[in-house]
Design a protein around this ligand. Structure first.
Ligand code: UDP
Ligand code: MG
Length: 316
């Protein structure tokens, strides 16, 4: 009789300009995995780093045979880097986590235990309560309230891109080739058995957040416009309201004519201008929303790859 093969686990870790961090991250994760009865593999996705991250990863690869480095041709962003890692993974279970030490690897044994219990998705949730108030915390809270009020797919507030996925869940994500990716929403959308594990975020090992305000804003836009059609309906219902107001005004003016009180009608230039401006404004808003969706449709129909891999530099 053959001995039962160990369950394989791929760790997908996107890194962008984390040269000073990968060594420690790797050491910490390795220590946390020590003695677990799984066959672990590390997929580090270098998201077009411009510092020494590539060298740090090469050094790691030379030392630890469990490491596979993957390089994107430029900086495609966190969500694309995660996607590249998921596509490259082959293991029975895939765990995605940040490479900056903020996702405690000590939770991995518990995550794997839950997967063994039959959950397809073990989603961690960042507990922000203990964190001091900050711009990021405030905007993040606002964002989750907004997306959950307008989207049918409910996204857990503080859901991190630190989660375990079974092969089945990974394949489901791979079957979603959309260009604008908000993985937290996509994972919620697929709807396989999910369990939530809260955690307290640690401090970054070193370096700064690679999520600039601009990147955060773009992620929020991707989430809202790819998971909700509500912005389109806001424009529509506002347009309807103003159409009704215009109709009511026409009736009002007509009533002066019918009762022969036309002299009572003020020249009304200002009110006319007011209506014109408002209606014009509403139309523009509406057009803007439509424009955004057309923009998204345009990008989706192009079927561009979400990322491109870089070939290894030629050896001489
Ligand atoms: N990251 C990436 N590409 C980017 C931005 C970030 O691969 O364009 C990686 C980064 O190296 C880190 C993870 O994504 O491992 C999370 O980023 P970060 O820690 O900067 O975000 P924060 O924790 O501040 O939300
Ligand atoms: Mg971080």
């Amino acid at each position: 009789m053959f001995s039962k093969k160990k369950t394989t686990v791929d760790l997908v870790i996107p890194v962008y300009n984390e040269a000073g961090v990968v060594e420690q991250t790797h050491a910490r994760i390795s220590a946390a995995l020590e003695g677990l009865p799984y066959d672990f593999h590390f997929i580090y996705v270098n998201d077009g780093s411009r510092d020494g991250t590539a060298d740090s990863l090469s050094a790691l690869t030379a030392r630890d045979p469990r490491v596979t480095p993957l390089s994107l041709s430029r900086n495609f962003g966190h969500q694309a880097a995660l996607t590249a890692g998921l596509d490259a993974s082959t293991a029975d279970v895939v765990i995605t986590m940040d490479g900056d030490g903020q996702h405690p690897p000590e939770m991995i044994p518990e995550m794997l235990r839950l997967v063994a219990q039959g959950y397809d998705i073990v989603q961690t949730q960042r507990m922000d309560e203990a964190q001091p108030a900050s711009f990021k915390k405030w905007t993040s809270g606002l964002f989750y309230r907004l997306i959950n009020s307008i989207s049918r797919t409910q996204v857990l507030a503080g859901a991190a891109d630190f989660r375990a996925l079974t092969r089945q869940a990974v394949e489901a994500l791979k079957a979603m080739p959309e260009y604008h990716r908000f993985l937290r929403g996509m994972v919620a959308w697929i709807g396989y058995p999910t369990v939530i594990l809260p955690y307290q975020p640690a401090e970054r090992i070193s370096g700064q957040s690679k999520y600039s305000t601009r990147k955060m804003f773009r992620l929020a836009m991707d989430a809202i416009f790819s998971f909700s059609l509500v912005p389109l309906y806001i424009g529509l219902s506002m347009g309807g309201l103003f159409l009704f107001m215009a109709f009511a005004e026409a009736v009002y003016v007509l009533s002066f004519w019918v009762t022969g009180r036309t002299s009572g009608l003020a020249p009304g230039w200002s009110s006319l201008m007011f209506m014109l401006l408002i209606v014009g404004g509403i139309l523009m808003i509406l057009m803007g929303f439509i424009g955004v969706y057309i923009g998204y449709i345009f990008q989706e129909v192009k079927h561009r790859p979400v990322y491109l891999l870089k070939k290894d530099p030629p050896h001489d």
